[in-house]
Design a protein around this ligand. Structure first.
Ligand SMILES: [Zn+2]
Length: 322
């Protein structure tokens, strides 16, 4: 996998550390999903294991071939495993998985080079798993490099964060993102990038996976609620049934874009009647973020959404209420 062009500076940063012999034992790759963290981690793991490395892994040596086949003995990957039903993924990385990894890392590298471990998503380790990992982070074996990948940095305990060198993945500028989206064969790249609030990976996913239609639905719902033409209960019920988290994310982004447009006297994506209280809208934006977090956990999502949508309707100017 190639490192995305906008992650070039981060890549050079790591290369520079490696040249100085200052490769950290633990790197934390942090930032929203869709910015290329996983491709970056895969490319870095390959580079560190490569027997003829240059600025990237050679792709042809014994190590590179084994990495490509997924069977390099010094490369371990910890990810969400299947539940006992054999069908659905667990929601957490468990302590047993981390213990197994630690055992493996305590042995010498079979090829005599680095021992690589990727933990993805590291922010979904449960508390016991995170505690078990601390010991490995405190006393890493020589040549061990752990790559932790986290879409939601705040979910990682501070004790873990403080023992890793952090690489922050940031949004590329729009021009760079557009070039990349077009190279992926995306039609209407500008619209997708706008819907994804500038995140190219998310834009790709939205364009390919019908996400733009979902966003259009959210636009209609918010606009209809604003003028009291939709029922919050009906909308909450529909949102709770499918893609609740994604819909809430769209709603928050749309509210923010609407506020930004109105503040400069332009028409926003929701085409709302004048927003009277920007402070309340900002509060609503924060509430939507909180609800999104809660939707990841087993809660009564319909109730949470209903509360959020009622709060949205309460923001509408009173004169419009029928
Ligand atoms: Zn190689």
């Amino acid at each position: 996998m190639n490192v995305a062009t906008w992650n070039g500076p981060l890549w050079n940063n790591v290369l520079e550390r490696r040249r100085r012999g200052a490769m950290p034992h633990a790197l934390l790759l942090a930032g929203p999903a869709g910015l290329g963290k996983r491709a970056f981690a895969a490319a870095l793991a390959a580079l560190l294991l490569c027997e003829r490395p240059a600025d990237v892994a050679c792709g042809r040596c014994r190590s590179c071939l084994l990495v490509a086949a997924g069977s390099h003995p010094d490369r371990a990957e910890v990810k969400l495993e299947l539940r006992d039903d054999g069908k659905t993924l667990r929601s957490e990385i468990t302590v047993d998985q981390i213990r197994l990894l630690s055992q493996r890392l305590s042995m010498t590298a079979q090829f005599g080079g680095h021992q690589l471990a990727l933990i993805d998503p590291a922010d979904l380790m449960n508390t016991a798993a995170a505690n078990a990992l601390l010991k490995t982070l405190e006393e890493p074996g020589a040549g061990t490099v752990l790559l932790l990948i986290a879409d939601q940095l705040s979910r990682l305990p501070a004790t873990i964060r403080s023992r890793c060198q952090r690489l922050d993945f940031l949004l590329p500028n729009a021009a760079e993102a557009m070039v990349w989206l077009k190279s992926q064969g995306i039609e209407g790249a500008a619209q997708a990038l706008d819907a994804a609030a500038g995140n190219p990976g998310l834009a790709l996913e939205l364009a390919r996976g019908g996400g733009l239609a979902l966003r259009t639905e959210v636009v209609t719902d918010l606009a209809q609620l604003w003028v009291y033409k939709a029922s919050p209960a009906e909308v909450a019920n529909r949102w709770a049934k499918a893609d609740a988290e994604r819909r809430t994310w769209f709603a928050a982004q749309l509210a923010q874009a609407e506020a930004a447009a109105q503040a400069r006297g332009a028409r926003g994506p929701l085409a709302l009647t004048a927003i009277s209280d920007f402070n309340k809208l900002a509060q609503w934006f924060r509430d939507a973020g909180r609800v999104r977090e809660q939707l990841r956990t087993p809660v009564r999502s319909e109730l949470l959404l209903l509360e959020l949508l009622l709060a949205w309707r309460a923001l509408a100017p009173a004169v419009r209420r029928a």
